[in-house]
Design a protein around this ligand. Structure first.
Ligand SMILES: [Zn+2]
Ligand SMILES: [Zn+2]
Length: 275
């Protein structure tokens, strides 16, 4: 018996322990913003930091790794086993030396990057004026007008093939940052094959008009009569009529008057049972 009690007590403790653990298993609060893709990412040169809004800019100009993948894949191109950030760094918190470019151009590999056999050069597909943290690349194919760099060299066919979709994706990425573009008023060199970029209208925050206040006419006074209490009619209890118990009178004699005896018939015959 004592053993049974101990077993029950142990079971109760166990159940209690499970109960506590259930209460403590509170799910973590939802993240404020989607986390960058998991997995180790190798970055070739500087890039926007990922992981949270306004995270800042990573200035490491040699290949290095983070424990996340690029969170703006449209602004990176893969070179070897690493990612090169091809976009304008200013909207991502970059502060430092800047050069104004206009339109598409090859992205120079970081000076300290290991040489990688790349079939085609990495290109920046930003349309119109934008900044980079590197100076005008050396070599032919560039024209500078009023300190704005234009690329007038050839575009390899494989690069031209992917240009429309990358150009569109890049444009979408930078639409919220139109106000951070460099302001340039420059006539491109005649050999430049690009198209003058017309800035899309900056997103304007329109204050929603105040909702008109409608004063409803006074509602007529409605007098609600108190609800009469429900009348509950109790079922009538069936009247119980207690019939007088028949009086059995034993006849005289020696018990023969009972039921069928002479006494029985005698009383019955005289009408004493009437009622
Ligand atoms: Zn980094
Ligand atoms: Zn560029």
């Amino acid at each position: 018996m004592r053993k049974t009690q101990r077993t029950l007590a142990a079971a109760a403790l166990l159940l209690g322990a499970f109960g506590v653990s259930t209460v403590l298993a509170v799910p973590p609060p939802p993240a404020a913003q989607p986390a960058p893709p998991k997995g180790k990412g190798r970055f070739v040169g500087p890039h926007p930091l990922a992981g949270r809004a306004n995270a800042g800019y990573c200035y490491i100009d040699v290949p290095h790794s983070h424990n996340y993948q690029p969170d703006h894949p449209n602004l990176y191109q893969q070179v070897g086993d690493g990612y090169v950030f091809t976009g304008d760094p200013v909207p991502f918190g970059y502060e430092g030396q800047k050069t104004v470019f206009y339109g598409h151009h090859p992205v120079p590999a970081p000076a300290t990057a290991e040489p990688v056999a790349v079939a085609n050069p990495t290109f920046c597909f930003l349309k119109g004026p934008h900044y980079h943290d590197y100076p005008q690349p050396t070599g032919p194919g560039y024209k500078v007008k009023d300190e704005v760099v234009f690329y007038v060299g050839p575009i390899p066919p494989p690069v031209a093939a992917v240009r429309p979709q990358l150009e569109q994706a890049t444009e979408v990425e930078y639409r919220p940052f139109v106000a951070l573009r460099p302001k340039v008023t420059v006539v491109p060199p005649p050999e430049w094959p690009g198209v003058i970029w017309v800035a899309p209208p900056a997103p304007v925050v329109v204050a929603a008009p105040a909702a008109p206040v409608v004063v409803a006419p006074a509602a007529p006074t409605v007098v609600v009569a108190p609800v009469a209490p429900p009348v509950v009619v109790a079922p009538v209890a069936p009247a119980v009529i207690v019939a007088p118990a028949p009086v059995l009178i034993r006849g005289h004699g020696k018990g023969k008057g009972w039921r069928g005896g002479p006494g029985w018939g005698h009383f019955r015959g005289k009408g004493h049972w009437k009622h």
